[in-house]
Design a protein around this ligand. Structure first.
Ligand code: NAD
Ligand code: DAU
Length: 342
């Protein structure tokens, strides 16, 4: 199976590439990524020289570049590339509309033209908006996105749906809850809190800290995506979650405990505008239909994540200082040129 992964230098995409290559023999992956601030090729440094993996630096909004790669022929596209951070979408939504909506449309159009047999669109539970206590969103729930990020993902989901309906395009949509684990950029709650503790900084908790998120370990998400890619039904939507929403303050306190740091580091700060109170998913469809279920419980996943950030101080330092952005030009291109000469 030859798969084009978009956004493979980001958090979930890089974990997916590592997982997919180790889970299946004889597969091939091309990673198509623009390397925005969120793309870090160091995430894949251990995989880079594998013969069944290749990186292409390009923008999903560049129709010629997308078509040029798809012309090679692929069995599937796994589309992760997106602007993904809610706070950035509040500061400015333009890139979210460009990449998430226009970029997804470019991918759909190019994949349709090249007759790609399977297209996996990686989306989010945020498209359903905030849930009341005890309420859960199923795949049939209405879309009620509240942030510009969520609205751009909902728009991309609807664009995918329109291609399925109008062009009989073979796409599947997944909607997952909050991921955490190794290689997550330290702007999102869990890696930000860990790296702040390691740097002796305060931990900014928005509002009263009682907003709830349903955290899933990234490898469980990757396993679910693999199952959907292999066995999911064309035209369907699959929710993916862990089934136990936790208040943010609970997550922060657990991290402080794991890091042996005092609760006094917590600082309640001004709330995020339009902050969704609670995300909760009914993911019985993927569990029953594809036999998937999460394998990593929250305590074990948080322990593993804290251990990883502790053991990878260089990665954290480079991610925080911005140094990682020089990696492509300074090291990657040179190393590839040297390898090509050998
Ligand atoms: P990320 O921000 O860590 O990575 C995004 C990647 O996409 C980066 O490598 C970036 O360089 C690349 N990219 C951005 N714009 C691009 C463009 N125009 N062309 C090519 N590449 C581009 O994101 P993530 O957290 O890994 O999320 C991946 C996908 O999963 C997104 O679609 C996101 O909406 C979805 N998702 C994320 C979560 C989560 O908790 N992080 C949960 C559910 C769904
Ligand atoms: O639900 C899936 C979504 O999860 C994905 O689609 C998004 O790409 C991903 O970024 C994530 O969105 P959230 O907004 O839920 O994640 P974030 O890590 O930004 O925030 C998690 C919660 O923690 C949220 O309630 C806001 C709060 N928070 C966040 C930050 C960065 C804080 O209290 N303090 C912070 O500094």
């Amino acid at each position: 199976m030859k798969v084009l992964v978009t956004g493979g230098a980001g958090f979930i995409g890089s974990n997916f590439i590592r997982y997919f290559l180790s889970a299946h023999a004889g597969v091939e992956i091309v990673n198509f990524d623009k390397l925005t601030y969120a793309g870090n090729l160091r995430n894949l440094a251990d995989i880079d020289s594998q013969p069944n993996y290749r990186f292409v630096r390009a923008d999903i909004c560049d129709a010629d570049a997308v078509d040029g790669v798809l012309a090679e022929g692929f069995d599937a596209v796994a589309h992760f590339a997106a602007e993904s951070h809610v706070d950035r979408s509040i500061a400015g939504a333009r890139e979210f509309i460009r990449t998430n909506v226009e970029g997804t449309w470019v991918m759909l159009e190019a994949a349709r033209k090249r007759k790609v047999p399977r297209f996996l669109h990686v989306s989010t539970d945020e498209v359903y908006g905030s849930m009341a206590p005890k309420e859960m969103a199923s795949e049939k729930s209405e879309l009620a996105p509240n942030s510009p990020y969520a609205a751009s993902k909902a728009a991309s989901d609807l664009m995918v749906r329109s291609y399925v309906q109008t062009h009989k395009f073979p796409a599947i949509i997944t909607r997952c809850t909050n991921n955490y684990g190794p290689y997550q950029f330290p702007e999102k709650l869990i890696p930000l809190m860990i790296s702040n503790v390691l740097a002796g900084k305060k931990l900014p908790v928005y509002g009263d800290g009682l907003n709830e998120r349903d955290w899933i370990f990234v490898e469980d998400h990757c396993r679910a995506l693999d199952a959907v890619l292999q066995k999911g039904r064309i035209g369907e939507i699959y929710n993916i979650g862990s089934g136990r929403p936790v208040p943010n303050i609970g997550i922060v306190r657990s991290l402080l405990k794991l890091l042996s740091a005092p609760d006094g580091l917590i600082e309640f700060v001004q709330d995020r505008p339009g902050h969704d109170r609670r995300y909760a998913l009914d993911d019985s469809k993927i569990r029953h239909e594809l036999g998937w279920q999460p394998q990593v419980d929250l305590d074990a996943g948080l322990q593993h994540t804290v251990d990883w950030y502790r053991a990878n101080g260089d990665w954290v330092r480079e991610a925080t200082s911005g140094e990682y952005q020089e990696y492509y030009e300074k090291f990657y291109v040179k190393r590839r040129a040297t390898l090509a000469q050998l």
